[in-house]
Design a protein around this ligand. Structure first.
Ligand code: PEP
Length: 249
């Protein structure tokens, strides 16, 4: 049984004070137990302050990015052991904004996934096609390559521990969501492909999240799909009420 997981990706939003205020309000508004896993991915600057606020709650911390090496001369970067040290449980790797705006390759992302696993964090490997790729009927080939190279050389049990987030680039921050059945088709494909890489039993345990303009209005229909095990939420996670509605849908 795969437990639902909802992650809020705040991107480059919220000061430390705003992040703490949000976390307190969200934690106070959720029932105990929540019945699903919840995490927020604030900017790096807010992680340390949020850890004690979230410690006694059901909300976990997720990093938005990580460097592939554990330490060294990499000015501006943050390593997986550092993220563990400030209380993170999850880390995103290969968000489409990192791929598109910062030129991250599948090889870079593979190093990030491995670094997160080495540190004992759970990687959330983001995959997804652009609008041009979808229109050229390349969705499956693009996603297959991102999975194959992003999970390259990982032992099957590490693949089982990894979470995949399918985020069609054309649906991120655009207000355009994939129809639930359209998303389900890609999620089924992802699970089948992971089955080739790690065996069907392990693939059956991998959580596959959907991301792309998720809102309180569409979250329930998306999560009702057989292979959609939760959502990765950007814009709608910045407001306590809309994020709470998505968590509890
Ligand atoms: C995201 O950034 O991962 C995302 C899905 O953003 P949004 O929900 O705003 O489309």
């Amino acid at each position: 049984m795969r437990r639902a997981l909802i992650i809020g990706n705040w991107k480059m939003n919220k000061t430390v004070g705003e992040a703490v205020e949000f976390a307190r309000a969200l934690a106070a508004s959720l029932p105990d137990p929540v019945g699903r896993d919840v995490a927020i991915a604030p900017p790096f600057t807010a992680l340390y302050a949020l850890a004690p606020v979230l410690r006694a709650t059901a909300i976990a911390l997720c990093a938005q990015d990580v460097h592939g090496e554990d330490r060294g001369a990499f000015t501006g970067e943050v390593s997986a052991p550092m993220l563990l040290d400030v209380g993170c449980r999850f880390g995103l790797a290969g968000h489409s904004e990192r791929r598109r705006l910062f030129g991250e390759s599948n090889e870079d992302i593979n190093r990030k996934v491995k670094a997160l696993l080495r540190a004992g964090l759970t990687p959330v490997l983001c995959v997804g096609e652009s609008l041009e790729e979808r229109e050229a009927d390349q969705t499956c080939s693009v996603v297959r390559r991102q999975l194959k190279e992003g999970l390259n050389n990982l032992p099957a049990d590490d693949i089982r521990r990894t979470i995949v987030a399918y985020e069609p680039v054309w649906a991120i921050g655009t207000g355009r969501t994939a129809a639930p059945e359209q998303a389900q088709d890609v999620h089924r494909f992802i699970r089948q492909f992971i089955g080739h890489m790690a065996g069907n039993d392990r693939a059956g345990e991998v959580r596959i999240l959907y991301g792309g303009s998720v809102s309180p209005e569409n979250a329930g229909a998306l999560m009702a799909q057989e292979d959609i095990d939760g959502v990765l939420v950007g814009g709608a996670s910045l407001d306590v009420d809309s994020f709470r509605k998505i968590i509890l849908y």
